[in-house]
Design a protein around this ligand. Structure first.
Ligand code: SF4
Length: 354
């Protein structure tokens, strides 16, 4: 019998060829590897015991050496509106301060359960975040590390287990453009095996211009959202510290370039902070920046986080902001975050556990 590989490796870290080699080393046949991949990635199997077409001994060896899920769910909270936040622990890097690294994934069912649509999944790309937005719990503690591709993919598998997915938004913890190679690797599997294509995945970034231009030329597998937060240079520098000194106009030009290269419109996101960037004058200046560009705006009334002084604007302020944009010919939608009751909208769970 072939010797057992002694290194314990998560299944999702193995590509098709590596899995086949491992299955053969564990005493299986090459076609057994295809059964495993198809079962896990396409049918959502999360327990080898369900793969009954595999020999029992192989199932046991795989379970002992090649866990389907490499992380551990340490907490789950479901809000009254049905949004479920998972707090997932992955092993910390050897020598790192923390023995485990925590990330969040949020599963948001459709508002209308009879719509026939699946849920939206919000995934993270980093442990912590280096951008440091002062209104965001994830940015308060800085960056710990990038997630591996398999750790990003595992969030999709865990989310799908809570209910079928129609969309994914890469808007959880972290700045996706700073971990783009791993994200692209994960999204390739998400597209090919989980069936979520580029039109149904939105990646949200603070918009590093040069990285965006490169990504636009690399046949991206996603729609783009850029977190702008303010039309004013000085205020954006404060609200998005990692972008301080990067001209707002350069970010917008990179967004225009994205449209030219991909044919897909950019969405500009603005987290509305009461008394900070939610005035009608801000709306007018934002409209002036965006007029004539192929884009839409997504307004996100702030979701309060305990550690920051910011507040959610009243509905009237949000409506007035949206109306000002509309008068200037800029289309804007409003996204009231769901799952507020379970802290399921932005970074709080991780902070409360670290
Ligand atoms: S809002 Fe996004 S980019 Fe800013 S600190 Fe939080 S996770 Fe990072």
């Amino acid at each position: 019998m072939a010797p057992e590989p002694d290194e314990r490796l998560p299944l999702l870290s193995l590509d098709a060829a590596a899995l086949e080699a491992r299955v053969v080393a564990l005493g299986g046949r090459p076609f057994h590897a295809r059964i495993v991949r198809e079962g896990v990635l396409q049918r959502g199997v999360l327990d080898y015991a369900e793969l009954t077409s595999l020999p029992a001994a192989l199932r046991e060896r795989l379970a002992a050496t090649t866990p389907i899920l490499g992380g551990e769910e340490v907490e789950r909270r479901t809000a009254p509106d049905g949004a479920t936040k998972l707090l997932i622990a992955f092993a910390g890097k050897p020598g790192a301060e923390a023995a485990r690294d925590l990330v969040e994934t949020v599963h948001i069912p459709p508002r209308d359960p009879t719509s026939g649509k699946g849920a939206t999944l919000c995934v993270s790309t980093q442990v912590g975040c280096p951008v440091g937005c002062p209104f965001c719990a994830s940015g308060l503690a800085g960056l710990v590390r990038n997630l591996e591709a398999w750790e990003i993919l595992e969030q999709f598998l865990r989310g799908r287990a809570l209910g079928a997915l129609s969309r994914a938004v890469v808007m959880g913890i972290g700045e996706p453009l700073l971990n783009l190679a791993a994200l692209e690797t994960a999204l390739t599997v998400v597209r090919d095996d989980l069936g979520l294509g580029a039109r149904r995945i939105t990646v949200s970034t603070v918009g590093f211009p040069e990285r965006l231009r490169r990504a636009a030329r690399a046949r991206p597998r996603f729609q783009l959202a850029i977190s702008l937060h303010s039309p004013d240079q000085e205020q954006r520098d404060e609200l998005v510290p990692a972008m301080a000194g990067v001209p707002v106009e350069d970010v917008l030009d990179a967004g225009d370039d994205w449209f030219e290269q991909t044919g897909r419109e950019v969405t500009y996101e603005v987290v509305l902070l009461h008394g900070v960037n939610d005035t009608e004058r801000h709306a007018e200046r934002l409209a002036a920046r965006l007029r004539g560009r192929r884009c839409t705006v997504n307004l996100i009334p702030y979701n309060p986080v305990g550690e920051t002084p910011y507040r959610r604007p009243p509905r009237a302020a949000v409506d007035a902001f949206q109306a000002r944009l509309a008068e200037a010919g800029v289309v804007a939608t409003v996204r009231w975050s769901r799952g507020v009751e379970s802290d399921a909208a932005c970074g709080q769970l991780r902070i409360s556990r670290t």
